[in-house]
Design a protein around this ligand. Structure first.
Ligand code: ZN
Length: 248
């Protein structure tokens, strides 16, 4: 299937699933975690077990949040994020699934986002689940509360992201699988499709009869089962594919 053909078919499709990875947000200036210049090339990755067992690790982790948060907070959604929000307004987005933790889809106007790796926009108490905004948590760290704890119960506060060693959010994963089984187009956008189980979703969609389109700068392990592969800028290719024009 070529681009024009895909564009024509997608124009009448009622059930489209969007699935996004870091690549869509690097176009907003948010660094990729895994790239050579990414977050983990510059910061030590603190796994979940270490976070809960070591105060030193919690201090280090919150210091990382302090330095990384302003860039995420100040980033703006780009035409890629906005295209998915427009698709939702048209009533044709079956689900918005993301591996990203930056809250960009919500800021672009998507109302319901399945976040497979949690969110960095909030901090969560590991004991009672109470959440506060990352703005508030980081302000506390800045003010000298270097490993902040929950005001309600004293539990450890942690960015509400899914760390390595932490279980995937079951409800989000189930919703993502259900949507993938029930769509006519699955758009995998800006994901290298190497992190499982998230990367299994395009396979689920394909097996269930969906057309699979991959938009990514670099090749992915699922290219061979894709119906169309696009390696252009997401902010240009995605609105074009969805018939939204370059202005959207
Ligand atoms: Zn608590």
């Amino acid at each position: 299937m070529n681009f024009e053909e895909a564009k024509r078919l997608i124009a009448g499709a009622p059930k489209i699933v969007g699935f996004t990875g870091a690549g869509i947000s690097t176009e907003s200036g948010i660094p990729d975690f895994r790239s050579p210049n990414g977050v983990w090339a510059r910061n030590r990755m603190i796994e979940y077990g270490e976070f809960v067992s070591s105060r030193e690790a919690r201090i280090e982790s919150w210091h990382q949040e302090l330095t990384m948060w302003p860039q995420m907070r100040d980033a703006q959604p780009n035409p890629g994020h906005l295209a998915f929000a427009a698709l939702e307004r048209q009533g044709r987005l079956r689900a918005m699934i993301t591996q990203n933790i930056d809250g960009m889809h919500q800021r672009a106007g998507s109302s319901s986002v399945i976040e497979l790796h949690g969110t960095a926009v909030e901090a969560e108490c590991l004991t009672c689940g109470e959440r506060i905004s990352m703005d508030e948590a980081v302000a506390r760290v800045k003010a000298g509360d270097i490993a902040p704890e929950c005001n309600a119960c004293g539990g450890f506060l942690k960015s509400a992201t899914i760390s390595f060693g932490q279980a995937m959010p079951e409800k989000a994963m189930r919703a993502a699988v259900e949507a993938s089984q029930d769509c006519d187009f699955f758009l995998a956008v800006g994901s290298s499709l190497v992190v499982y189980p998230a990367a299994s979703l395009p396979e689920v969609a394909k097996r269930s009869g969906a057309v699979l389109i991959i938009i990514n700068r670099t090749p992915t392990p699922l290219d061979e089962i894709a119906d169309l592969i696009v390696s252009d800028d997401i902010g240009i290719a995605l609105p074009e594919l969805l018939g939204l024009g370059p202005a959207n």
